[in-house]
Write a protein of this length. Structure first.
Length: 335
């Protein structure tokens, strides 16, 4: 089969399409999927550069964390899928190939109103976002959600999920264009984070959030940035507020933390990652996705946000575009 392959760790020029061995035949509860499309993620860029190795048991040099395709073969104990079913799901690696072997517990059936390319844009972002803000942070309908990097894949998924429950949303982005586009998805209040004033004094951001919420602060913060906003996040939280860290694009190290503020607000801080979880833990997150999220796509209350669709042979261009930070929504490879 053909697969996206890393010849050497480094730049996008080191990616190629290579013939590799087909997966083994599925056993027990395994499913062999004929992949039709695969979404790109920033984790692919990090893995390509050698900074984010695949977990044990997954290919080191074949990229891909999410996919959409058709069931090609099933193990003898598979109960919920049959050959020909249209499916999408997550994996810890190897999704950017013509075939993928996975567990049935990590699959979902694609609603009939979605194409393969649309379906491939959904699993990683929406499973991550739903698990973070609802399962872990316990976001409720009468609360307020602040999303850092709201124009990113996970950020936009969290925005849509929150608005489906009529939750008030605040979002940050480095570009006004992305904030404007997020308004079309229901963003209530946007903050341009890449300004001289906020860079010089991040506390101004917290003051703005406090002003916008009438001095109450926000109930849940989904942070895809990390260290750059940690201090401001603590000041922006309401009493018993929850901060959940998903990304570290703004740094991973903080020189000082006001622990007293965490205590006085009785704040809770979570860290989460999806890729390195056990199959059982991923299956739990996927089950919640199947129950609570997939029906919203079927009813068109949620939509897949696809920025660009490229052929697998255009993998170098796909990575360069994703790294440019110009994308709004997912970059998809078609097989």
């Amino acid at each position: 089969m053909k697969a996206v392959y890393i010849k050497e760790f480094g730049g996008a020029e080191n990616l190629e399409i290579r013939e590799v061995e087909n997966p083994t035949s599925p056993q027990n509860t395994e499913v062999l999927v004929s992949v039709k499309a695969s979404g790109l993620n920033r984790a692919d860029i990090l893995q390509r550069k050698g900074f984010y190795p695949a977990p044990k048991g997954f290919p080191e040099r074949i990229l891909g964390l999410e996919f959409a395709g058709e069931v090609a073969e099933t193990g003898e104990n598979v109960e919920n899928f049959k050959i020909g079913d249209r499916v999408f799901g997550i994996t810890a690696g190897g999704a950017q190939a013509e075939f993928l072997l996975t567990e049935e517990s990590l699959l979902a059936k694609i609603p009939g109103n979605l194409s393969f390319t649309e379906a491939a844009a959904i699993p990683e972002a929406f499973i991550t976002a739903h698990d973070a803000i609802f399962t872990q942070a316990g976001l409720q309908e009468n609360e307020t959600l602040l999303i850092h990097a709201v124009g990113s894949g996970v950020g936009l998924a969290a925005l849509q999920l929150a608005k489906a429950r009529n939750i008030y949303t605040i979002g940050t982005s480095r570009t006004l264009d992305k904030l404007t586009k997020c308004k079309q998805f229901g963003l209530d209040f946007g903050v341009l984070s890449d300004t001289d004033a906020i860079r010089a004094n991040p506390r101004q951001f917290a003051e703005l959030i406090q002003f916008k919420t009438g001095g109450k602060g926000v109930d849940v913060i989904l942070d895809l940035v990390g260290a750059a906003y940690f201090a401001a996040n603590l000041e922006s939280l309401t009493m018993k507020g929850r901060l959940i860290l998903v990304g570290l694009t703004g740094g991973a190290t903080i020189s000082e933390i006001n622990l007293g503020m965490i205590l006085s607000k009785r704040a809770r801080i979570f860290g989460t990652v999806l890729r390195s979880r056990s199959t059982f833990e991923k299956a739990e997150a996927n089950a919640a996705f199947v129950k609570n999220v997939v029906p919203l796509f079927a009813s068109e209350k949620l939509k897949a946000n696809v920025d660009r669709v490229l052929k697998m042979e255009e993998i170098k261009e796909a990575h360069e575009f994703l790294e440019s930070n110009e994308s709004f929504g997912k970059v998809i490879l078609e097989f």
